[in-house]
Design a binder for this molecule. Structure first.
Ligand code: UDP
Ligand code: MG
Length: 337
């Protein structure tokens, strides 16, 4: 039985919205999948009963599977895990909070029938989000695009439909610090936008506090640009040029017997350049740290169990392409990975 459509949904403490999610996703798939479909609910180390709920859904409906991770790995990694387990010819990425309407599946499928490899949702409005979130997101995407070597569509989250060949490329990318919407842009092929209105969260509150948003921002910048590393060169060039007239002035005042004043300017210069140097070292550190983490080659995620009816133990296939995405499964019935 070949799966036409896989829906991958990372869930972190989403107990309140899960029943509604299931209902709407099931309806959307029944209407638009055009063949056998599966939904992979990824439990990203939830602590509020989401795990049990996901297991129950998998036990209750053969079309639902539960991928329980060993702990909280973060949204991008939870999504990565689910994508490795998806078997479908087309793959829909969805959030658990119903901000992105699953009913758009029909339009997305139609665009893919016309030959698109990726149909990404582009938000033309966002309900129920703070001004800070919309403003910072808008600023972030524009800034990122200036720096990034591949254009990354603005006002776009991870909500998208992907073809199998695009997903296979994504799954073969071994990077630890993942900014998936950017990685998908990098792949290329034919990518088209579908504009939509983003709803407010169905239930619960955002799982992206400022801290996580900042981390994703730095991951995105470092993953898609090395321009910040050139900051030191540019700052050095500018200060070197500025220092020429200053040096001439210093020489002249020495010749004409200028005084020994200058505590203020000297301190100012030391403080300013001390600050600039530390910032530049910090930026280099961001890159070096990521290289260090990557060089450890740890698995991207660990799976506690994959719950699905029928078919028996199921193992993801594609990660073998890269040792960095090796999987381990903890369930007792099929030993060590
Ligand atoms: N999420 C996750 N792990 C995390 C944080 C979030 O799997 O550590 C999931 C969350 O359950 C949701 C999706 O990622 O399905 C997006 O999170 P959220 O809706 O809180 O982000 P926002 O829409 O506020 O940016
Ligand atoms: Mg959300």
């Amino acid at each position: 039985m070949s799966v036409h459509l896989s829906v991958v949904i990372p869930c972190y403490n989403e107990i309140e919205g899960l029943a509604a999610l299931r209902e709407r996703v099931t309806a959307a798939c029944e209407a638009h999948a055009g063949g056998p479909w599966e939904v992979i609910l990824v439990d990203d180390g939830s602590t509020d009963g989401t795990t049990e709920s996901i297991r129950a859904a998998a036990a209750d409906d053969p079309r639902y599977a539960g991928l329980i991770l060993s702990r909280n790995h973060g949204h991008q990694i939870a999504l990565t895990a689910g994508l490795h387990y998806a078997q479908g010819a087309r793959i829909l990425i969805l959030d658990a909070d119903l901000q992105d309407p699953p009913e758009l599946l029909g339009d997305m499928m139609a665009l893919m029938d016309d030959g698109a490899d990726v149909v990404y949702g582009k938000r033309i409005s966002r309900a129920g989000e703070t001004l800070f979130k919309t403003a910072s997101a808008a600023l972030f995407y524009r800034f990122l695009n200036r720096l990034s070597e591949v254009p990354i569509p603005e006002d776009t989250g991870d909500f998208r439909l992907m073809s199998r060949r695009a997903l296979d490329v994504l799954n073969a990318m071994p990077e630890q610090h993942r900014f998936i919407r950017g990685m998908v842009s990098w792949i290329g092929y034919r990518q088209v936008a579908l504009e939509y209105h983003r709803d407010k969260r169905f239930a619960g509150e955002t799982k992206y506090p400022l801290r996580k948003m900042l981390r994703l921002t730095v991951d995105a910048l470092t993953s898609f640009s090395i321009l910040p590393l050139r900051l030191a060169s540019w700052l050095g060039l500018i200060t070197a040029m500025l220092s020429v007239p200053l040096l001439i002035y210093v020489l002249i005042s020495w010749i004409v017997g200028g005084t020994v004043q200058g505590w203020v300017s000297l301190t100012g210069i030391v403080v300013l350049f001390g600050g600039i140097q530390l910032i530049v070292v910090g930026i280099i550190g961001e890159y070096v740290g990521r290289m260090y983490m990557q060089s450890k080659n740890r698995p991207l995620f660990l799976v506690d169990s994959f719950d699905r009816q029928g078919e028996g133990p199921f193992r993801a296939t594609s990660p073998a392409a890269s040792p960095a995405v090796a999987l381990a499964e903890g369930s007792s019935d099929h030993g060590h990975a």
